[in-house]
Design a protein around this ligand. Structure first.
Ligand SMILES: [Zn+2]
Length: 220
């Protein structure tokens, strides 16, 4: 098995998602990026639809992080998920224990977007997070409406664009559960907010949001 793994590493080496240099397979980023991308462990508070929640992000959404997330979402680099999940766990572990949550879930994408992209980037990230932390993964939510991408809209448009586009899957049983919800980037908080609203309405006792990066919302 080890020989197979060594061959695999020769042909498909692990790369730092933030600069694409080859790294040791159990690392989540290279030493240069550790120096250049300082971990922020940024906590932001949001109130969406009278629903208060907090979001913890590992990094600010700029430079190398922004480029890495774009490659992850739009250039098929879904293998970055493992490294991203390790970054999330470093941040998460400064605030919580793994036993503080019953389930980890994700902000879902629409069926149309899934067909175009071939994968749900937040779902893979949440599943990698679950595999390492052993917090059970469950896809509680579905996206019913293929709305406009949030990054193409201004502050006001973002609020209405996400309204009522998510719902609970019929299999979701949330009574009293503590849920961690994962996405790649938080900006206005409206997308997370809608999902938190649906999860709490469905019976979750506590919902906390976790994203790799945090961006400030700008007018477009
Ligand atoms: Zn790097």
């Amino acid at each position: 098995m080890k020989i197979f793994f060594d061959f695999f590493q020769i042909f498909f080496p692990t790369r730092c998602p933030y600069c694409e240099k080859i790294i040791i397979s159990d690392r989540n980023m290279c030493n240069v990026c550790v120096e250049k991308i300082l971990s922020k462990d940024l906590i932001r508070g949001f109130k969406i639809r009278n629903c208060n929640f907090l979001c913890l992000s590992s990094f600010l959404y700029n430079n190398r992080v922004k480029e890495a997330v774009w490659r992850y979402k739009f250039s098929g680099k879904k293998d970055y998920a493992k490294s991203f999940a390790k970054n999330l766990i470093v941040s998460f572990s400064t605030k919580f224990s793994f036993s503080d949550f019953d389930f980890v879930t994700n902000v879902p994408i629409s069926k149309k977007r899934l067909k175009e992209r071939g994968y749900d980037q937040a779902k893979i990230l949440a599943q990698e997070f679950s595999a390492i932390t052993q917090i059970r993964y469950k896809d509680f939510l579905k996206k019913d409406i293929d709305n406009m991408p949030q990054h193409t809209l201004n502050v006001t448009e973002r609020k209405t664009n996400t309204r009522d586009v998510y719902s609970l899957k019929t299999s979701a049983i949330l009574n009293g559960r503590k849920i961690l919800i994962v996405d790649d980037v938080v900006t206005s908080g409206n997308t997370f907010g809608e999902c938190v609203f649906v999860l709490k309405k469905g019976g979750a006792s506590f919902v906390f949001a976790l994203s790799l990066a945090s961006a400030r919302c700008v007018e477009v």
